[in-house]
Design a protein around this ligand. Structure first.
Ligand code: 0RA
Length: 644
């Protein structure tokens, strides 16, 4: 064996090991092997196309979910190079597809900042696919190579001629790796592609689902194209809210070499909706770019309102929070070497970015306020109102925190606590109504299960000012029962989640429309006031059965009509079917064995798959604007019936 050959085989063994490692420890590369990881495969390939677009070589990307659940992505970029790769001795295409971390590394000049949450490259997708076919249109020809579980099964071959350029990748996720979820969700992919089109204006991104037809018999299909980027994104996010100003305030430019884009608007709501991105990745945990935004906003608005004299009669200080009530904003930065921190690695750590964003915001806001004095006045008035409300809320919040007369040992009187002290082992059920609460109290395992009955419909926090929320008795009971307090000097929504007394907080409502409305109200409260609880996976929804099917001594529960029918078939003639209209119709033993006993129950964990979509849905379902709510309910009526 020549020296060169020896070196080549050594390198390829290393490459192989890299790919094997991806298959051995997929979660290290794509986060998990559930739904999230499965969808991540698509994002990873699309990110490469977005990179091509950002480098100015591509303006069309299409994603197709095929009938067999494989996915095809296609772009009109330059096409992955197919020439011989000097070091590896095979086609560059093969290197990109089969070597971990190869990506666009040999293309140092291109401006490359995108590239996936984990930035692992297409080779990762290849390693985790039963089969992948890469087709490249380049230099007047079409090239193709096929792989199985990350290994090429033939050299790159020429398969035709072409007058265009671009890359087409079709992959079938490996079912031995994605064991639980191996079908793609159109909605999840469409939501992300829409988001990408807002974040990268000027690119046409399409999605086609060959598995489903629309009412005309065509494949389900959507096309996303954003001319105005974040400005349109803001309008999309706030389409169910009422703006208090004419235009979206926007900034786009570069600050100290960092591309910064910001867009914001004030609306009549009381919630703050800040969304931040780094290299197209949603930074859920915020970071330096977000704190830069806050600082720039506070600084500029404070200065403006002070010089305008509008604050002269105000008796107390305005806080940072007050400037953000009813604010919807998106901050998007591109950072060459992002440092991601935090629990989910979605918090930007790069210190230098803070000043960039802060400067950008100060500039754009100063200009806007000068050019729109009417809007400026409206904003300052809103800030003053927010400050006054916060003042009132402060008092109410102190009542939440104080161990007051309403409680014994600091806990609400209505709470039936458990005896276990270790929060990790404890559960609390938030139960609709006193009567179901009573049944739950009898049915539970008091060692580790606590019950907090809630009276009727809890307050719709989407429509209420903060102080009303903190004054509400049911909500105060939730805070005290959970042991969590809210609000610090600088952040009125900061939670001390370390004090959480139960690691499972279970919402238990009737399995009907009213029950799901109450669940939604409680979830809205958690989403707006205890988001970390949801993000950290502490919030669950109980799923009580809909039917009890009995014949003689035999009985079985059913959670839907199909189950009911198959039990009836199994039992044969003479079945008695009881339809549970609510939790109240079950006795304690039944509630325990179907809904509360960890051995048999199904708890659905609530997660914020997509904060943007969650925000839109809550503001739509719970806000003031009726038409979109009606539309949503009509569109989702089929699902609603299943629940009913
Ligand atoms: C490496 C180098 C170049 C482009 C690409 C990769 C590339 C990768 C993907 C993945 C999906 N679509 C893609 N498009 C391009 C630079 C090519 C050149 O210099 O001509």
């Amino acid at each position: 064996m020549s020296e060169n050959q020896a070196k080549y085989s050594a390198d390829s063994i290393q490459a192989l090991e890299g790919m094997e490692h991806v298959r051995m420890r997929p979660s290290m590369y794509i986060g998990d092997v559930g739904s999230r990881g499965l969808h991540h495969l698509v994002y990873e390939v699309v990110d490469n196309s977005i990179d091509e677009a950002m480098a100015g070589h591509c303006d069309r990307i299409s994603v197709t979910i095929n009938e067999d659940n494989s996915v095809t992505t296609e772009d009109n970029g330059r096409g992955i190079p197919v020439g011989m790769h000097k070091k590896e001795g095979v086609s560059a295409l093969e290197v990109v597809m089969t070597k971990i971390g190869a990506g666009g590394k040999f293309d140092k000049d291109s401006y490359k900042v995108s590239g996936g949450l984990h930035g692992v490259g297409v080779s990762c997708v290849n390693a985790l696919s039963e089969k992948l076919v890469a087709t490249v249109h380049r230099d007047g020809k079409i090239w193709e190579q096929e792989y199985q579980r990350g290994k090429s099964i033939e050299p790159v071959k020429e398969v035709g001629t072409s007058d265009k350029t671009g890359t087409i990748v079709t992959f079938l996720p490996d079912k031995t790796i994605f064991q639980d979820v191996n079908t793609y969700s159109y909605d999840i992919l469409a939501t992300r592609l829409r988001e990408l089109s807002f974040l990268n204006k000027g690119i046409t991104i399409t999605i086609t689902d060959k598995r489903n037809k629309d009412k005309d018999g065509n494949d389900v299909h959507e096309e996303f194209f954003s001319k105005d980027g974040l400005v349109e994104f803001i309008k999309f996010l706030d389409n169910t809210r009422e703006p208090i100003m004419k235009d979206v305030i926007a900034f786009e430019g570069e600050k100290n070499g960092v591309p910064v884009e910001v867009a914001m608007i004030y609306n009549t709501s009381y919630s703050e909706n800040l969304h931040s991105y780094v290299n197209n990745i949603n930074t859920h945990e915020g970071g330096t770019h977000l704190s830069g935004f806050r600082r720039g906003l506070t600084h500029t608005l404070k200065k403006y309102s002070e010089t305008s004299g509008m604050l002269d009669k105000l008796k107390f200080e305005i806080s940072g929070d007050d400037f953000r009530e009813g604010l919807t904003a998106i901050i998007s930065v591109k950072v060459a070497e992002p440092q991601f921190e935090g629990q989910t690695k979605t918090k930007l750590g790069n210190k230098e970015v803070s000043a960039c964003v802060s400067q950008a915001v100060s500039e754009m806001l100063r200009d806007y306020l000068e050019e729109h004095p009417e809007d400026a006045k409206t904003i300052v008035q809103k800030v003053i109102l927010a400050a006054q409300a916060r003042h009132a809320a402060q008092k109410a919040r102190e009542m939440v925190q104080r161990k007051s007369v309403m409680s014994i040992g600091g806990l609400p009187g209505k709470l039936s606590d458990c005896s276990e002290q270790d929060p990790a082992k404890c559960e609390v059920f938030l139960v609709e109504g006193d009567s179901a609460g009573g049944t739950a109290k009898q049915g539970r395992d008091r060692a580790f299960q606590a019950i907090l009955p809630l009276r009727g419909k809890i307050l719709n926090v989407e429509k209420a000012m903060q102080h009303k929320v903190f004054e509400n008795e049911e909500i105060r009971n939730i805070f005290t029962a959970l042991g969590v307090t809210i609000g610090t000097e600088e952040d009125s929504k900061a939670l001390n989640i370390e004090k959480l007394r139960y690691h499972k907080v279970v919402i238990m409502c009737d399995a009907d429309i009213d029950g799901s409305h109450i669940s939604t109200l409680i979830l809205t409260f958690f989403f707006r006031y205890m988001k970390e609880l949801v993000e950290n996976g502490h919030v669950y929804i109980a799923t009580p059965p809909l039917y009890l099917v009995k014949k003689g001594a035999k009985k079985e529960y059913a959670w839907n009509n199909d189950q009911r029918d198959s039990i009836m078939m199994k039992f044969g003639d003479g079945c008695k079917v009881q339809r549970y209209k609510g939790l109240g119709e079950m006795n304690a033993a039944q509630l325990w064995e179907t809904t509360m006993n960890p051995e048999f129950r199904t708890l659905r964990r609530v997660d914020i798959e997509n904060g943007i979509e969650a925000d839109r849905i809550f503001s739509m379902l719970m806000g003031d604007d009726v038409p979109p709510r009606r539309e949503f309910i009509e569109n989702n009526a089929i699902y609603a019936n299943i629940d009913a």
